[in-house]
Write a protein that binds this ligand. Structure first.
Ligand SMILES: [Zn+2]
Length: 142
């Protein structure tokens, strides 16, 4: 029997469902072929792994290990994620400030090139001249 023919049937060997007429030939080949023996071991390990994953009640140590791995992966992602969010927010803030400043200057320049007009209307605090005027008013009343 050739290796490729045996290896095609290795899953059935691992499950124990080898056709009776091939059983002796496969066993004879496996006994003398280390390559196919290795393949059979791999198939058995794969089957074992699949059974442990698909099992409705996985061993508790497996569950703990998987959960721990998921948790650490999430923590790593969060650690990589936070600084990026801060960076995006800072960039967004800078862009917002830039747009605000740009539109303010643009509006001021559109207004006959005078930048003081908008500034005065936005400034709620009285200027020095206004303060003096108020003071003069109060002194004049006395
Ligand atoms: Zn072989």
């Amino acid at each position: 029997m050739k290796c490729y023919k045996v290896q095609k049937l290795l899953f059935r060997v691992a499950v124990g469902e080898v056709p009776e007429d091939l059983k002796e030939k496969i066993e004879f080949h496996l006994a003398s072929c280390p390559e196919c023996q290795k393949e059979l071991e791999l198939v058995k390990m794969e089957r074992e792994f699949l059974r442990s994953v698909l099992s409705p009640e996985p061993p508790s140590y497996l569950l703990t290990r998987i959960l721990a791995r998921i948790k650490s992966a999430e923590e790593q992602r969060r650690r990589a994620w936070l600084p990026r969010v801060a960076w995006y927010m800072a960039t967004g803030l800078l862009i917002a400030v830039g747009i605000g400043l740009g539109s303010f200057i643009g509006r001021s320049l559109a207004n006959n090139g005078s930048t003081n007009l908008d500034y005065v209307t936005l400034n709620t605090e009285p200027s020095l001249e206004e303060l003096f005027a108020i003071q003069d008013n109060q002194l004049g009343r006395r």
